[in-house]
Design a protein around this ligand. Structure first.
Ligand code: PLP
Length: 444
C-alpha cells in the first residue's frame, strides 16, 4: 500500500522508473510517449545531457544557500539570461518553486506596488472565467475554474470576474472576430468602471488558456486592447505564462505574438523543464521603482527562493533552447501537429474545435457539432480517452468540460520541443484512434 495521498484516492498510479528523450518507462517496462510533457513541463524531454551536467556541477559546488545571507552565481545567471531575452523593460526576476507560488508572488508584488505609491485602496484583481492560475488560495481566488474552487470558495478573496476570450464557444454566428473582441473589451472596461478604477490592482490572464480549456489563444487585438485599458485606468497587466510560456507556443513568451508587454509575468513549468521545481516572476522597471524608492523591500519570501540547484537547471534548459534554436523547431513541429490533427479529426462529428499555438494544441469534443453540446460529464469521456491513450503507450492531458456544461471534454497536447516528425505522426495516429473509439462509445 502506498502512503502517499495520490491525486486519486481510488488507487496508486504506475511507478515511473526511468525516462529518456520523449519516453517514460514504468516499473513493468512499459514505454509511454510523453505527448503532454506531463503538464506542459518537459520542454526538452527527459535526461538531456547538458542539463544533467549543469545540475551535477551545481550540486557538487553549492546545492543551497539561504537568500537571507547570500545570492548565488546560478540565480544571478538565470536572472541575467531571462532579463536579456524578455521584451521591454521586463528585467527584474524573483525565483520560487512553482507556478502557484509565482502567481502569489505576482499578486503580492502588484499590491505592494500600489501601497508604495500611496494607493492602498487598491485591493481588487480582475480575472477571467474558465482560467486556472494554481491551487494556493490566492491563485485559486483569481482562477475561474469552478470545479477546483467550489469546496474552498468561502476562503477565497473576491475578484471581479469577466468573460474568457473563447471564440469557439462565445462568438455569435452573426458577429465578426473584431466585433467579438470589441464586445469583450467593452465588458472589461465596464467591469473596471463598475468596480471603480481606483480600487483595482491588476488584470490577470493566461495568454493562451491551458489547463481549464485546452489551449485557447486570444483573438487578434484582444491583448492589445487589454493593455490599452490597463494603461488608461492605471491598472497592472499580469500575464500568467506558467503553462504557455518559455517557448511552448513558438516564441519565448506567448504574448510576444500579440505585440504586448505585460507589467508582471509569471512563469514555471517549461522554465526548468521538470529537471527541478522552479517558477519565476519577471517584472518591469515601472513595477520595481516604487519599492526601491519606498520601503526598499519586497515584503515576501520563501525558504527556497532563488534555489541554486533549481536555477542552474533552469539556466541550462533555457540555454539549450537558445543554442539549439528550438523555438524554430516548436514552430515547425507545431505547424505539422496542427495540420495532422485537422486532417485526421477535422471532419470527425464529435470534434468541435482544434486550436492552439506552436506545440500547445487542444481538441474539444462535443456530442453535437452543430449545437456544440458537450457530452454528459457523467460519462467521463476525458478519463476514458486518457486510459485508452495510456494503454497505447501515449501520454496526453485530457480534461472534463465545465460544470455549467458550456464547454466540452478536451485533450491538451504539449510534447517536448525535441519531438521528431515521425513521433508527431505517431501521437496523432494514436490520439485519433482513441478519440474515435471513445466518442463513439460515449455517443452510444
Ligand atoms: N498557472 C497556470 C496557467 C497553470 O497551468 C498552472 C498549473 O497547471 C499554474 C498556474 C500553477 O502551477 P503549479 O502547478 O506549478 O503550482
Amino acid at each position: 500500500m502506498s502512503h502517499i495521498i495520490h491525486r486519486s484516492l481510488a488507487g496508486t498510479p504506475p511507478v515511473a522508473a526511468a525516462a529518456q528523450g520523449i519516453w517514460i518507462t514504468d516499473a513493468n517496462g512499459k514505454r509511454y510517449l510523453d505527448a503532454c510533457g506531463g503538464a506542459a513541463v518537459s520542454c526538452l524531454g527527459h535526461g538531456h545531457p547538458d542539463v544533467l551536467a549543469a545540475l551535477h556541477a551545481q550540486i557538487d559546488k553549492l546545492a543551497y544557500a539561504h537568500t537571507g545571507f547570500f545570492t548565488s552565481d546560478a540565480a544571478e545567471g538565470l536572472a541575467k539570461h531571462l532579463a536579456a531575452h524578455a521584451p521591454g523593460d521586463l528585467t527584474h526576476c524573483y525565483f520560487v518553486s512553482g507556478g502557484s507560488e509565482a502567481i502569489e508572488t505576482a499578486l503580492k508584488l502588484a499590491r505592494q506596488y500600489f501601497v508604495e505609491l500611496g494607493e492602498p485602496e487598491r485591493t481588487t484583481f480582475i480575472a477571467r472565467r474558465q482560467s486556472y492560475h494554481g491551487n494556493t488560495l490566492g491563485a485559486l481566488a483569481v482562477g475561474g475554474n469552478e470545479w477546483r474552487r467550489r469546496q474552498f470558495a468561502p476562503l477565497l478573496m473576491d475578484v471581479v470576474r469577466v468573460s474568457a476570450c473563447n471564440e469557439y464557444r462565445d462568438r455569435a454566428a452573426d458577429e465578426s472576430q473584431e466585433q467579438y473582441t470589441a464586445r469583450l473589451l467593452n465588458e472589461l472596461e465596464q467591469a473596471i468602471l463598475d468596480a471603480g478604477p481606483q480600487t483595482i490592482i491588476g488584470f490577470v490572464a493566461e495568454t493562451v488558456v491551458g489547463a481549464t480549456s485546452g489551449a485557447i489563444p486570444p483573438t487578434p487585438g484582444y491583448l492589445a486592447g487589454v493593455r490599452r485599458l490597463c494603461d488608461k485606468y492605471g491598472i497592472l497587466y499580469i500575464a500568467d505564462e506558467v503553462m504557455c510560456g518559455m517557448g511552448r507556443t513558438g516564441t519565448l513568451y506567448a504574448f510576444e505574438q500579440d505585440g504586448v508587454v505585460p507589467d508582471i509575468v509569471a512563469m514555471a513549468k517549461g522554465l526548468g523543464g521538470g529537471y527541478q521545481p522552479i517558477g519565476a516572476v519577471i517584472a518591469s522597471d515601472k513595477v520595481l521603482a516604487p519599492l526601491r524608492t519606498g520601503s526598499g523591500l519586497f515584503q515576501h519570501g520563501h525558504t527556497y527562493i532563488c534555489h541554486p540547484t533549481a536555477a542552474a537547471a533552469a539556466l541550462a534548459v533555457q540555454q539549450v533552447i537558445q543554442r539549439d534554436n528550438l523555438l524554430v523547431q516548436v514552430q515547425e513541429r507545431g505547424a505539422q501537429l496542427a495540420a495532422l490533427l485537422r486532417e485526421a479529426l477535422g471532419d470527425n462529428p464529435f470534434v468541435g474545435d482544434i486550436r492552439g499555438r506552436g506545440l500547445f494544441m487542444g481538441v474539444e469534443l462535443v456530442r453535437d457539432r452543430e449545437t456544440k453540446t458537450p457530452f454528459d460529464p457523467a460519462l467521463k469521456l476525458h478519463v476514458a480517452i486518457k486510459r485508452h491513450c495510456l494503454a497505447r503507450g501515449l501520454m496526453v492531458y485530457p480534461m472534463g468540460g465545465t460544470l455549467d456544461g458550456r464547454q466540452g471534454d478536451h485533450v491538451l497536447l504539449a510534447p517536448p520541443f525535441i519531438i521528431s516528425p515521425q513521433q508527431t505522426e505517431q501521437v496523432v495516429t494514436h490520439l485519433t484512434a482513441a478519440i474515435r473509439e471513445e466518442t463513439e462509445k460515449a455517443a452510444g
